[in-house]
Design a protein around this ligand. Structure first.
Ligand code: TYD
Ligand code: MG
Length: 454
């Protein structure tokens, strides 16, 4: 057999080189290349065009059975999955340490076990006593979850394959798993890849729904290999600020459903509670009639969530470079809105320090936030509050035009439900549920209105 060739694998992006380098040529990260044993060198003597078996090709309209779905009973979790776990599928859930991944999965495992499913929970990070203690705190001490603390994939597969096929398997976390077929410490790209591959194969063969917990790196991607995301059917991101109680479960990839639904949770004494009405949660501590505060009806999939956008501007006396700090929104997008306000609306914000914050640790990705941010900035800059009963939304173009956005009806209806009576948005939207609407075609009109200019 040909000798295995040495290779260096980037622990950040999974790129492979055959010579050690200080910096990964693919992702540009420093000191991420680690030596790992490669697959045995490929021999050019093998001719792949010979010796294969002929595949039976099928048609698209052939009858196929819908995969079986399994609801865990935590509605927000099932919603993010697009209607529950799919039998024989693999789900990867990523998130910062301490965000609540283990708690959420233990709650789901407990619920499923109580509903009569056969559930196995393997922890590679905590001792069984710790998991048991947590389950008792969560009120799931009596749930018939089969528990083990293990890291060897060989032992885990032997255990899983030994009894009757489980319905639901949790592996917490994939970075602690170890396959003895591969050299290297747990957590390296090839270990993670090999362990995941074996576990996923077991899930597909046995028809179990497999959930892998994945660690997240500084920049928010699931640690180690992007390849892991390609191997699984569903990728979920569990987000939130540890200092806040809200957590959002978002599907990043889903082979069995959409990726636009979110689940909202609040971390409390009894674990993660479901939040059926997120808007009221994000607006509870809102400061009314304060300059720089604006309520924005964000849309998550088909679900409107009202959040508070806060802006603060500080005029600098000297010619020092002003600071721009953003929490919960894209800083490039903020720079764009500031440039539009300066160039198209004549607001001299260039010399101001600008701080933007989305309240409650929420992260905005909806492009309709442009107008809400602009309104918050104008309000902070002019020290005139936006009416407390108003919501603001709309997308901005570089020319200063206000563009229509998707689902304005849904946004207005949610705002009406929560007692808002005014909406500032793109021209052409219709008032819903008694909300009076003001439509704008240009951002300049909003500036005129807010500054009382004619
Ligand atoms: P955990 O699920 O261990 O996070 P992860 O697996 O993502 O690293 O969650 C840990 C945090 O959650 C911990 O800091 C304490 C908090 N927590 C509660 O506030 N209430 C609870 O009932 C539980 C179980 C945890
Ligand atoms: Mg954990």
């Amino acid at each position: 057999m040909a000798k295995a060739k040495r290779q260096y694998v980037c622990q950040n992006c999974g790129a492979v080189t055959y010579r050690w380098q200080g910096q990964c040529a693919d992702c540009g990260e420093w000191n991420t290349l680690v030596e790992e044993a490669g697959e045995s060198a490929f021999s050019a003597k093998h001719d792949l065009s010979k010796g294969g078996r002929t595949l039976a090709l099928e048609t698209l309209d052939a009858h196929s059975i819908m995969p079986e779905r399994m609801l865990c009973g935590i509605a927000e979790f099932d919603r993010a999955l697009g209607g529950g776990f799919v039998a024989g599928s693999a789900t990867l859930i990523g998130g910062d340490p301490g965000i609540g991944k283990s708690t959420l999965l233990l709650q789901a495992a407990g619920r499923l076990a109580l509903a009569g499913k056969s559930v196995v929970y393997i922890s590679g990070e905590e001792a069984t006593a710790q998991v048991r203690l947590r389950a008792q705190r969560l009120g799931l001490g009596k749930a018939p979850v089969a528990l083990a603390s293990a890291t060897s994939v060989r032992d885990i597969l032997a255990t899983l394959g030994g009894g009757s096929d489980p319905d639901f398997i949790v592996i917490d976390s994939i970075q602690t798993m170890h396959s003895d077929l591969i050299e290297g410490a747990p957590g390296t790209v090839s270990q993670v890849r090999a362990s995941a591959q074996e576990l996923i194969r077991f899930a597909k063969d046995s028809g179990a729904a497999l959930v892998l917990v994945g660690h997240v790196t500084k920049d928010g991607t699931i640690a180690g290999p992007r390849v892991l995301e390609h191997m699984v059917d569903t990728v979920l991101a569990f987000e939130g600020e540890r200092s806040h109680q809200y957590r959002i479960l978002r599907a990043v990839k889903n082979r069995f459903g959409g990726t636009d639904e979110i689940g909202v949770f609040a971390m409390g004494e009894g674990g993660l509670g479901e939040v059926a009405n997120p808007s009221s949660l994000f607006l509870t501590d809102r400061s009314r009639d304060v300059p720089g505060s604006v309520v924005f009806p964000a849309l998550e999939g088909t679900r409107p969530v009202l959040v508070e956008v806060q802006a603060l501007t500080v005029r600098l006396a000297s010619g020092a470079t002003p600071r721009r700090a953003v929490v919960g929104w894209d800083s490039g997008r903020l720079a764009m809105v500031l440039a539009v306000l300066e160039a198209r609306c004549g607001l001299q914000m260039g010399a101001c320090e600008v701080y933007l914050n989305i309240a409650g640790g929420y992260r905005l990705t909806d492009p309709a936030a442009d107008m809400a941010v602009a309104a918050a900035l104008i309000s902070a800059f002019s020290e005139r509050p936006v009416p407390a009963d108003a919501i603001v939304f709309g997308e901005l173009s570089l020319s200063g035009e206000v563009r229509p956005v998707a689902h304005d009806g849904l946004r207005l209806r949610e705002a009406a439900k929560l007692g808002f009576s005014t909406a500032w948005g793109p021209k052409g939207m219709k008032g819903v549920g008694g909300i009076s609407v003001t439509g704008f075609t240009r951002l300049g009109e909003l500036v005129d209105l807010m500054l009382g200019r004619d």
